[in-house]
Design a protein around this ligand. Structure first.
Ligand code: ADP
Ligand code: MG
Length: 338
């Protein structure tokens, strides 16, 4: 008798969840990505105890059709890609079809969803399986409640840091999503306290004012640039406001927050000698490009990406920041060739 057997679905889901759902903030990230992909213009996030007790995300997006509800919680089940071609031309934030399966295998999920603003459906999911479903009156969109995160994976629960740290991570995710989607109105409420409200006006500097305050917002300098491959826009804060770490640098590619060492360097070096040693700027950069130029399928959290023509992008960002500061006479013209 052989010893190898296929894992039971709920166990396989829990293993996969280890990669996607590291902490409460990962749940928030995945749910926000889904709401944004569903073309929501209003997203309300309510968390209790930094998301350990509960995370609720309500959107006014497309909703999920009745026949798709079961599939949505299946592994590798997605409406966002169909074939190899799609995988290399990703425009949506999600595409792996793993989030709902993973989240619902390590928490208790209730979801109400409706596509027409009249009659929708409510389901309860546990261990990745729908345990109850019923028709429900609902607004158009999706309302998803994630309770008791990691109740069945004690090791992971132990790994979760202090409530303060976890709230910080959640706030970070929401802030960045709001910055890169200024046309969506976001509301984050934590234990009945309002943490962030954006108005969906479409202006990133207004979102940055909400996040960083008016003093910073007043000193933001807009940058814009284009090459054959890229369209870049952003706001960099004047060098009188600096921070002790790189955390205030936010880079997005096609609306997706990414971490990239080279592009970070392009921004920092764009300030030339204006930054004191060990100090970092506050900056927001968004780059739109043909999805073929960026591979987002590097890691389950989609935070790291592989870029073709990285050096060209470096030059574009670096030059535009220098140009902006030269325009304000912060960098002398003679430093141009250095
Ligand atoms: P992915 O986002 O990678 O496709 P998910 O597990 O996050 O995978 O979601 C599975 C599917 O469920 C999505 O492809 C989408 O069709 C549907 N879905 C999930 N959340 C929402 C939502 N808030 N609004 C509309 N559809 C949703
Ligand atoms: Mg998703």
């Amino acid at each position: 008798m052989g010893k190898i057997k296929e894992l039971e679905l709920s166990l396989a889901n829990k293993i996969a969840a280890g990669e996607v759902v590291e902490r409460p903030a990962s749940v928030v990230k995945e749910l926000l990505e889904n709401a944004i992909d569903a073309q929501a213009t209003q997203i309300d996030i309510t968390i209790k105890e930094s998301g350990i007790q509960s995370i609720r995300v309500v959107d006014n997006g497309t909703g999920i059709e009745e026949e798709d509800i079961d599939k949505a919680f299946g592994r590798h089940a997605t409406s966002k890609i169909n074939n190899d071609y799609d995988l290399f031309h990703i425009r949506t934030l999600g595409f792996r079809g793993e989030a709902l399966a993973s989240i619902s295998s390590v928490s208790r999920v209730t979801m109400k969803t409706c596509t027409d603003g009249m009659l929708g459906h409510e389901v309860q999911v546990e261990n990745g399986e729908i345990i109850k479903r019923q028709p429900a009156k609902a607004k158009k969109g999706t309302d998803i409640l994630v309770k008791d995160l990691f109740y069945n994976t004690p090791a992971r629960l132990k790994y979760v840091k202090s409530l303060y740290t976890e709230l910080g991570k959640i706030t970070d995710i929401v802030n960045r999503m709001a910055m890169s989607h200024p046309n969506i109105s976001f509301n984050l409420v934590s234990d009945d306290k309002n943490v962030l409200s954006t108005n969906g006006s479409g202006k990133t500097n207004e979102v940055m004012a909400e996040i960083y305050g008016m003093k910073i917002a007043k000193d933001l300098v807009e940058i814009k640039g284009e090459t054959d491959d890229y369209v870049m826009n952003g706001f960099v804060c004047k060098p009188e406001h600096t921070r002790s770490n790189r955390h205030y640098i936010s880079i997005f590619i096609n609306g997706r927050y990414i971490k990239n060492f080279v592009l970070n360097k392009a921004i920092i070096e764009g300030y030339h000698t204006l930054l004191p040693i060990g100090r970092y700027p506050i900056a927001y950069i968004n780059i739109e490009m043909d999805p073929i130029l960026v591979d987002v399928n590097v890691h389950p959290t989609k935070l790291e990406v592989r870029l073709s023509k990285e050096q060209l992008l470096y030059d574009l960002i670096n030059n535009k920041i220098k140009e902006a500061f030269r325009g304000l006479s912060l960098i002398p013209d003679t430093s141009l060739d250095q």
